[in-house]
Design a protein around this ligand. Structure first.
Ligand code: TPP
Ligand code: MG
Length: 350
């Protein structure tokens, strides 16, 4: 039998405990049998770094081998109860056989039609972890970062931007990801060991990430907080940049300005529907207007400018704010895939 773990962010215990328990559990199986499938929240907390096991993201985000192993597993241990929807299955491309699932919910365990009630997820994990390991501990296969491409004079494309974000992030950073094209763009990226990721893709309420980054920065001043957001989401809560300045939170902020709600354009029949257009703010001027007079700010349109701004932001002792000008319909790969699958996902819309 080939066991796998499928899990999402449970609220029962601090997430790191559960991740560690689940990792411990995996150690009990031979290396070729240990793979993780996770929802966006947990994927982000458990990035495929050099030391961790390979992850089954959504089908079209995962490498072929991991995909084959998870989709062909005899048993999938689903911790928390994954909601299989258009986003989590990557436009319904995942081939997960639910009859092979054992779902350990917060308060019950489901195996086929049988429900065992009154069992807590944390308690089930605590017992499972006691099982005697059948092999030596897991050793991850080192995974490299995506190569950084493009000439300094090139316009900023998503193909060039996401590998740059990945290369920019380093141990000791906590990156906060906004809903929109940012999350599907960042989720497949391998990051350095020691980078923490915060996201709330399950609820996907836009505007969350800017104040969340403020809170994350205040909660742990030993780490550097990096916010990656789209400009549409940012417009809802950008006032919290002022709060960052007021309380001395030295967050590095990246705002992708792609002239509107791009993820909505990607997922709708009519991308140019007026709902997706925004008031054209001068984003790079916001920090000054909001009282962050000593922040580093930049508005970048080319890769050369972006690379320079990233260096300056990293060197800055105060906060930094970089407005990145992107294409109106330039999508990260997984979103581009979904854009081509609208009929399969949503059928014929009236
Ligand atoms: C409160 C709320 N309103 C609306 C939505 C629908 N929604 C999801 S993503 C998005 C657009 C995000 O645009 P932006 O932040 O500019 O990111 P982009 O996709 O353009 O990179 C919208 C409107 C939502 N998820 N939450
Ligand atoms: Mg946008």
């Amino acid at each position: 039998m080939t066991p796998h773990i499928l899990t999402r962010k449970p609220r029962l215990r601090p997430r790191n405990f559960l991740i560690n328990d689940a990792k411990g559990l995996l150690q009990q199986y031979p290396p070729n049998c240990r793979h993780i499938a996770a929802s966006p929240e947990l994927q982000s907390a458990w990035k495929p770094t050099r030391k961790s096991p390979s992850i089954y993201h959504r089908r079209n985000l995962s490498d072929r081998k991991t995909r084959q192993i998870v989709e062909g597993a005899d048993l999938v241990l689903d911790l928390g109860g994954v909601n299989l929807n258009d986003i989590t299955t990557s436009a319904y491309s995942a081939k997960l056989d639910l009859s092979r699932f054992i779902t350990v919910g917060l308060n019950d365990v489901r195996i086929g039609d049988d429900v065992i009630a009154g069992v807590r997820l944390a308690d089930v994990l605590a017992e499972l972890i006691k099982l005697k390991p059948s092999s030596s501990p897991y050793r991850g296969t080192p995974q490299g970062l995506a190569p950084v491409n493009g000439k300094p004079s090139d316009k900023i494309t998503m193909a060039a931007l996401y590998p740059r974000y990945a290369a920019f992030l380093r141990a000791g950073d906590t990156v906060v990801l906004e809903t929109g094209s940012t999350s599907p763009g960042m989720t497949p990226m391998t990051l350095a060991d020691g980078v923490r990721v915060e996201a709330q893709v399950l609820w996907g309420s836009i505007g969350w990430a800017t104040p969340a980054a403020f809170g994350v920065a205040m909660a742990d001043t030993d780490r550097r907080t990096v916010l990656i957001t789209g400009e549409g989401s940012h417009q809802l809560t950008a006032n919290d940049i002022g709060a960052m300045g007021r309380f001395g939170a030295n967050v590095i902020v990246f705002v992708l300005n792609n002239s509107g709600y791009m993820i909505e354009r990607a997922l709708e029949e009519n991308p140019n529907w007026t709902y997706n257009d925004l008031a054209p703010w001068n984003f790079a001027q916001l920090p000054k207007a909001l009282g962050c007079s000593d922040w580093y700010t930049a508005r970048v349109t080319t890769l050369g400018e972006l690379d320079e701004a990233m260096k300056a932001a990293r060197a800055s002792k105060t906060g930094a704010y970089i407005e990145i000008i992107g294409g109106k319909m330039d999508m990260p790969p997984v979103l581009a895939y979904a854009h081509g699958q609208l009929k399969a996902m949503y059928g014929d819309t009236p």
